[in-house]
Design a protein around this ligand. Structure first.
Ligand SMILES: [Zn+2]
Ligand SMILES: [Zn+2]
Length: 238
């Protein structure tokens, strides 16, 4: 049993949110003190990482089996990695933080934005950290279209690169929200960046696996110059 006096570890242990009311931490997720291997086991027990990892492995194996390597095999993954800071930033800002739009009697509020707001309200609930199936299904449809439209060896490389990147994103995001305490400076900086997005001000620090997008697009200010946002947990939508 967890002692009442034990300080909860995880995303909200370093920056105070100034707002209570978190959902209790579920029992069926890594608890404080969990090892990295234990966290990885929990991660791989969820459908989203399994689907992403399987797609990545199948595509990568297909690419290896086809053989006949060329310079495209270097260019495709390099482009995916080089675009990642901006891919993450654009999706986070324009898809996940999208405000509901009213058109007459109707309100357009995509499930991806609703799920992200739930994640902001309950950042320690690891059950809702993953990419939702409502986003995963379109990604798989897109992979299917790539498989049909491109030459098999190119298609396999595009899908392996895209899903490999997505898997890395999913794992880093999960790890940041888990009770794991980062040791390397690289991971500590990434973790700090995301914690500030969740607990200081949601208008900044959008990068998850890399903060280059924030640096280039002007959303990585000096922390001391930024006020704690009153809407950091609701994203301004009650
Ligand atoms: Zn997060
Ligand atoms: Zn966000």
């Amino acid at each position: 049993m967890q002692r009442a006096s034990a300080r909860p570890r995880g995303v909200d242990s370093t920056v105070r949110s100034g707002a209570g009311g978190f959902r209790p931490i579920p029992r069926d997720q890594p608890q404080p003190g969990a090892s990295l291997a234990e966290i990885l086991r929990f991660f791989l027990a969820k459908p989203s990482p399994v689907v992403i990892a399987t797609t990545f492995v199948v595509a990568a194996a297909t690419r290896v089996l086809i053989g006949s390597w060329g310079w495209w095999d270097l260019v495709i993954p390099l482009v995916v990695v080089a675009l990642e800071p901006f891919t993450e930033w654009l999706i986070h800002v324009h898809v996940l933080h999208r405000k509901p739009t009213r058109i007459g009697r109707f309100t357009i509020d995509p499930v991806t934005a609703r799920k992200h707001r739930d994640h902001h309200r309950n950042p320690k609930d690891l059950r809702i950290v993953m990419v939702p199936y409502q986003a995963l299904v379109p990604a798989l449809v897109l992979a299917g279209a790539v498989a049909v439209l491109l030459e098999p060896k190119r298609a396999a490389m595009v899908i392996a690169s895209g899903f490999g990147m997505l898997l890395w994103y999913e794992w880093v995001h999960y790890l940041i929200h888990s009770p794991y305490r980062p040791r390397s400076t690289w991971f500590r900086n990434l973790s700090r960046n995301h914690i500030k997005h969740h607990f200081k001000n949601e208008h900044y620090w959008f990068g998850v696996t890399v903060s280059l997008g924030d640096r280039v697009l002007g959303t990585k200010p000096d922390e001391a110059s930024v006020d704690v946002s009153p809407t950091v947990r609701t994203l301004g939508v009650e």
